[in-house]
Ligand binder design. Structure first.
Ligand code: PLP
Length: 390
């Protein structure tokens, strides 16, 4: 593992946990409901190619992302599962989408014109409706007319209709339920006009973990596939889901046994804060780390002991090793995950930083080498974000 020694910081991605989470989603929504798996943002920072390969092997209906680069990387990796493009494009990109067999989302009239103007083939599109989240989509009150108009165009087939209603607290549960009901009314009204759309979808992670039901034919989970619920509190039932990113680790590259030397003129800046040694791990701001917000104290784990983080610089974190017996260069430091029965969760790190779970995942993302479990996978081609080091 020579490359590991050059920058001994890595994350472990347990693809069996991903499988388990897909099964749990399927169990909750029922066997007939299709799964459109969100792999946006490099599969929430877990590595889009290995994750998508596993999802494809589990026979999910579609993958979904807004990233054109990720979508092309998936095609180049030989993944032929249909890919729904959530939308991050200008209408003029439509030809390129078709070239890679990506399914576009029509979320405004400009996109509708672009898909109607292409004449290559009958093009299957999804229409996105805004039911109140206020981001992409045709406003729900205008959607009925819009969908019928687009479905009438030649060369266009409306194969999917969806909305997105994410929420993060229990107070929004009723709001989401009401808006999903409005979306279902739209689906029913369209069917009344003779337009039955094969794929309808309104539920993402928040609706799934809080047990909201609907009559749509698909769900589109993201966060919960990776084991993280966007909703905190008792409404959210996460039993059966586990984190796919099981750990984030580094190693001590330096130990300073004299860090507590208080001799005037020789004392270091941590001298009054530590009783014993300090240690350094190569996990700095450039790796995604950051300092805790005022009033919070971040720590890592060494031999199951909580070691406070004293400082975070561009390429390093400095740790207080006062409570550790006999630390050695190369000792494993757990940043996320468990060590001798003590655990640091993604939720804790997010609280130290004063951010959300996805912010932590996006900060680390592809800056850190990924190790995939089961380990047999690591012998295959390395995902393109990590050029193989000799
Ligand atoms: C991100 C996204 C999802 C998945 O959302 P989660 O809250 O991560 O489950 C579903 N649909 C759309 C349109 C999205 O943008």
């Amino acid at each position: 593992m020579s490359s590991a020694a050059k920058h001994p910081t890595w994350m472990e991605i347990d693809l069996d946990a991903l499988d388990g989470n897909i099964r749990e989603v399927q169990k909750r929504v029922g066997p007939a409901v299709k799964i459109i798996a969100s792999v946006k943002a490099n599969a929430y920072g877990h590595g889009v190619i290995p994750v998508a390969q596993r999802l494809a092997a589990a026979h999910i209906e579609m993958l979904a992302t807004g990233s054109f680069n990720d979508a092309i990387a998936l095609r180049e990796a030989g993944i032929n599962t249909p890919i729904l493009m959530f939308g991050a494009m200008l209408p003029s990109a439509i030809q390129e989408f078709l070239q890679f067999r990506l399914t576009p989302t029509v979320h405004n009239k400009e996109m509708a014109e672009a898909v109607a103007a292409q004449t290559q083939m009958p093009l299957g599109v999804f229409i996105k409706v805004d039911c109140g989240f206020g981001r992409l989509g045709i406003p729900i009150r205008k959607a009925h007319r819009f969908v019928l108009d687009l479905a009438r165009r030649s060369h266009v087939e409306v194969v999917g209709l969806y909305t997105h209603l994410p929420f993060f607290d229990e107070a929004s549960y009723v709001w989401a339920q009401e808006r999903i009901a409005k979306f279902e009314d739209l689906v029913t009204a369209l069917a009344g006009d003779g337009l039955t759309i094969p794929i309808t979808q309104a539920r993402a992670s928040a609706a799934i973990v809080t047990g909201i039901k609907d009559h749509c034919t698909a769900v589109s989970p993201g966060g919960i596939l990776y084991g993280h619920s966007p909703v905190a509190g008792s409404l959210s039932d996460t039993s059966g889901f586990r984190p796919v990113m099981t750990s984030l680790c580094s190693r001590l590259i330096h130990i300073s046994h004299d860090a507590n030397d208080r001799t005037p003129g020789y004392e270091g800046i941590y001298a009054t804060r530590v009783k014993g040694a300090t240690g350094v791990v190569p996990f700095g701001r450039s790796d995604g780390n950051r300092v805790a917000v005022p009033g919070k104290l971040a720590y890592m784990l060494l031999h199951g002991v909580k070691v406070p983080v004293l400082g975070v610089s561009l390429e390093h974190s400095v740790l207080d090793l006062s409570a550790v017996n006999n630390p050695k260069i190369g000792d494993e430091v757990v940043i996320l995950g468990s060590s001798d029965g003590v655990e640091i969760t993604l939720e804790q790190i997010a609280a130290w930083w004063g951010v959300g779970l996805n912010d932590v995942l996006m900060a680390i993302n592809d800056r850190i080498r990924q190790k995939f479990l089961p380990s047999a996978l690591n012998e295959g081609p390395v995902p393109s974000v990590f050029p193989a080091t000799p």
